[in-house]
Design a protein around this ligand. Sequence first.
Ligand SMILES: *Cc1c(COP(=O)(O)O)cnc(C)c1O
Length: 499
Amino acid sequence: MTTISGNRGPLIEEPLIFEQATPGRCGVDWEKPAAYEDRLGGLRKKGKIGLPDIAEPTVIRHYTRLSQKNVGIDTVFYPLGSCTMKYNPRLNEKTARLPGLSQAHPFQPVSTVQGALELMDQCAHWLKVLTGMPAVAMSPAAGAHGEFCGLMAIRAAIEARGEGDKRLKVLVPESAHGTNPASAAICGFSVESIPANDRGRVDLAALKAKLGPDVAAVMVTNPNTCGLFEDEVLEISKAVHDAGAYFYCDGANYNAIVGRVRIADLGVDAMHINLHKTFSTPHGGGGPGAGPTVLSEALAPFAPVPYVVHDDKGFRLVEHAHESEGKPCGRLKGFHGQFGVMVRALSYMMALGADGLRQCAEDAVLNANYLLAQLKDELTPSFEGPCMHEALFDDRFLKDTGVTTLDFAKALIDEGFHPMTMYFPLVVHGALLMEPTETESKATLDKFVASVKGLARQAKEGNSADAFKAAPIYAPRRRLDETAAARTPVLRWKDQAAE
Ligand SMILES: *Cc1c(COP(=O)(O)O)cnc(C)c1O
């Protein structure tokens, strides 16, 4: 049996390092320790610590092979949607590792970290220039944290208006990322969802019907999670402001419009920018990230502490509300935020320049539309018309084939591609969300298209459901119980466990 691409998934079986151990074997020769006095008051560990006995070459092969099993942007095409940038130039990693930046400590006297503070100030400056917004809170540690920051500022603004006990509701489109309603709820608001229209955008009439004196804010993602630009965004922000509420924009997909759209022109009051999705920083495995939140004139006074200021004595941090000229909504972070991520972001911005950033956005959109155009006849696009940085399909093309979105995704692994995002967003049935990344060449996209089209044909020809259900056959493992792995992880080697 061959695959369409000719690729065969990684096949080497890799036992656990404990299973490769041989009792008594050792990678190094230790000298017997000289006699010493036990200063632990009899608490010294006496039993074995349970590390595997293993030789150096075995260790090296083991970890080198494990590293090669790490499917990622460095090894394969990676069309995972809803996580935006996947290519992170190595230059930014090098910059972030410069000792003066990587080894600075937040407790150092301000006079010794002038460069670090200036860097934060510069990064903030360019975020304000790019978005056209007057203020930015740099401390949020992720997108979700930025949402929380924006909503805290909104709550503070509403309380300052004396409407704190009236405006207790936040409206969120049903296609929103799960963090949006969660952030609103944690901030003490009740959440109501706004339906999507048949074009995959916010239903403006339904939104207007829900707006009233009880609404604090409306949260809209733009481009939204269906990969579409909310083309009625100006009407949305006007309606929100007319109702006395604030307009929150989820900017996780900002990489599709950076350099093309000034966020301030859309009437936005607050928007988090996932630096790790638009301005470099690899963000697999849950972190790190950063979610600086830009704020409008109306919300700027409520920005949280700390923030960097510059005067004739140099740079310093405003750490406490009483030192601030505004009315800070609070503090979100022990120190000042994810400094290393800011270093990468500034490095990325300066390396690319304004024209480069704009071109990244344009290429991301071009690549996604190329996939959409190539696949639209074989697959079923969820909505009509061009997309932004990701192309959304649903599972109508798999109807009556016995093949599901999950089976289709698993078959892509055998083809040597990372699967697209599946079953998100929830507003379409059996979603397949493909985001190709701006740096992919046409040649790579064409190979992927050939495999996806070929698989779609195989599914539709019938009698292939069993083969799809068996996929992936070329990967070292087939269908893992991901829920069990997440809920009841086995983190301890049972036979050798330390006493
Ligand atoms: C990723 C994402 C978030 C959350 O960002 P984190 O940095 O993961 O907390 C919010 N909204 C959308 C649309 C996203 O894609």
